[in-house]
Design a protein around this ligand. Structure first.
Ligand code: G3H
Length: 539
């Protein structure tokens, strides 16, 4: 079958969907507030899958169900529940011994594990992520929870001691910050919500989380577990239009930490809504336009393999995706030939078929892809892979654009989809200039074999981005590595251990080294009168 025919017939009939991957409609009628699943009978948002189904009336997007479109009233109620649970730091959760908080998190993780099949199916249907990647997102998230538990124990062990300096005895620990608002992105709706929510909770904060616009229903199977595994008000959820529900929450000034993964435009709006922005701590994962630089002596087979996966895994919808490829002029023809061959060999289809390229969840996304391709063509680029850019409803066949130049939208815009801009260069200064002038500063990949040339690039580039990948695509993992960015790409650093620090503040109890103070501290510690002043070890 030709590519055109494949794409024209990409969507299945209802009878083609394997039973194990079909899902019932989910009409979520509740939100989690103060430990209770409260009924919602107001307006709802219909959830439409990016997967379309061929039927008698044509090929139509599958209806998956609906979720509440809460109003300001519910937003204020979840905020009040969180503020009450925090209770100026005196609440049950922030004062609970760490060992007990860990137990609650473990209970939740075990309950979460039971929902794996349903959540993986919902990830496939709701955001079009393929089976393998959806399973990976789920398993990676669970692993992250257990790694966080190990890391927090280690952190606690290193704080379970007194320090004496210049005649002052002190015990230094990390204390929670308060009420955290967690908002994850649509491309990693489970993982990137939980990589902030779990560390925030384990450190003793309370949370409100709002799922992204696409990727809401997949959290529904966890609501009961949240309600039963945590004390009232510790985890609360809210759904609906951001301006309606998040505006009042931020505007109240009662949010202490904003954990947001999404666009810098939305992050700026949220931060400015807080009446005392200096009091708000933020951890933000924002946009990126990571470049891949292919040097003249690059190992072409390896380079193409990494660039394909770097630019097209999950259809290019990763903040870490390679979104601009600079190739040395002497190798550009070879690169384009091999890259386009590899694009043709990818599997195109539905998420449960483990296709490499699947339908796109965002409304109007294929239209946007077509727009930036048309703009590039108008300004001198060609679509160099024969059928590149053809589409069918929510499905877009990758378009490889060459030669790209700075007059084109795709030069600066973060395409976040299956469009691959390629530029050739003669002097290394050309891609370096691109990186320096970019508004983003997340990661970069260099492909080459000469240690001298690579060494000369490392030092200037590590001051432009926060991770330099040699002969490898850009990526976040392993999750113990720091994940951050410069310029418009991030604020704060996330990793298993860094996230614990983000959601806590260093706090100490200090006393002059006098006989009286020594006896007071000894008495408190020996008789376990304080949770903070303690030398107990968690194993
Ligand atoms: O969308 C951004 C993600 O954090 C990228 O994670 O590199 O593991 O796909 P990843």
């Amino acid at each position: 079958m030709s590519i055109k025919e494949t794409i024209a017939n990409i969507f299945p009939k209802a009878t083609d969907i394997p039973k194990e991957y079909s899902i019932p409609e989910i009409h979520q009628k509740e939100y989690l507030c103060d430990g209770k699943l409260l009924d919602w009978s107001g307006a709802v948002q219909e959830v439409i899958s990016p997967v379309c189904i061929k039927g008698e009336k044509g090929t139509l997007p599958k209806k998956m169900g609906s979720y509440p479109l809460c109003s300001e009233k519910e937003a204020r109620a979840v905020l009040d529940a969180a503020v009450k649970a925090w209770d100026f730091g005196k609440g049950l959760w922030p004062t609970l011994p760490l060992e007990k908080r860990i137990k609650h998190i473990e209970d939740f993780a075990f309950r979460m594990k039971e929902q794996r099949t349903l959540i993986v199916n919902l990830l496939m249907w709701e955001i079009g992520k393929n089976l393998k990647a959806s399973e990976k997102e789920f398993d990676r998230t669970l692993e992250y929870i257990f790694d966080t538990i190990d890391a927090v124990k280690e952190l606690d062990r290193s704080s379970s001691r007194f320090t004496v300096v210049d005649g002052i005895i002190a015990q230094i620990r990390r204390a929670p910050l308060g009420v955290v608002l967690c908002m994850g992105p649509f491309n990693y709706p489970l993982n990137e919500t939980f990589t902030t929510l779990i560390p925030a909770l384990i450190m003793g904060n309370v949370a409100i989380f709002k799922p992204p616009k696409y990727g809401v229903l997949l959290h529904q199977p966890l609501l009961q577990a949240f309600a039963e595994c945590f004390p009232p008000g510790v985890v609360n959820t809210i759904y609906g239009d951001g301006a309606t529900v998040i505006g009042p929450i931020m505007g109240s000034g009662k949010i202490d930490v904003l954990a947001f993964i999404g666009s810098s435009k939305v992050a700026d709006i949220l931060k400015h809504q807080h009446p005392a922005p200096h009091r708000l701590r933020s951890v933000l994962g924002l946009g990126a336009k990571n470049a891949g630089i292919v040097l003249k002596d690059a190992d072409m087979a390896l380079t193409v393999k990494e660039c394909i996966s770097g630019s097209l895994s999950y259809n290019g919808q990763r903040c870490t995706a390679l979104k601009m490829l600079y190739v040395h002029r002497s190798r550009v023809d070879e690169f384009l030939t091999e890259y386009c061959k590899a694009v043709e060999k990818l599997k195109y289809g539905m998420p449960w078929e483990n296709a490499d390229i699947t339908p796109l969840p965002e409304a109007g996304k294929t239209g946007y892809m077509a727009e930036i391709v048309a703009d590039a063509k108008k300004n001198g680029a060609k679509v160099v892979n024969g059928d590149g850019g053809i589409s069918n409803q929510t499905f877009f066949y990758p378009a490889v654009l060459y030669p790209v130049n700075k007059t084109m939208r795709v030069y600066d815009e973060e395409q976040f989809g299956p469009v691959i801009p390629v530029i050739s260069f003669e002097q290394i200064g050309e891609p370096l200039k691109y990186v320096v002038e970019s508004q983003f500063g997340q990661q970069l990949s260099i492909f080459g074999t000469d240690p001298d040339e690579i060494a000369q690039l490392v030092d200037p580039l590590v001051n432009q981005v926060c991770r330099l990948n040699i002969n490898c695509q850009c990526q976040r993992g392993p999750d113990v590595f720091p994940f951050t960015g410069r310029k418009d790409s991030a604020e704060g650093t996330l990793s298993v251990s860094d996230a614990l620090r983000v959601f806590a503040i260093r706090t100490l109890v200090a006393a002059k080294e006098t006989a009286l103070n020594k006896s007071i501290l000894t008495n408190i510690v020996r008789e376990r009168k304080s949770g903070f002043l303690s030398t107990d070890f968690i194993f």
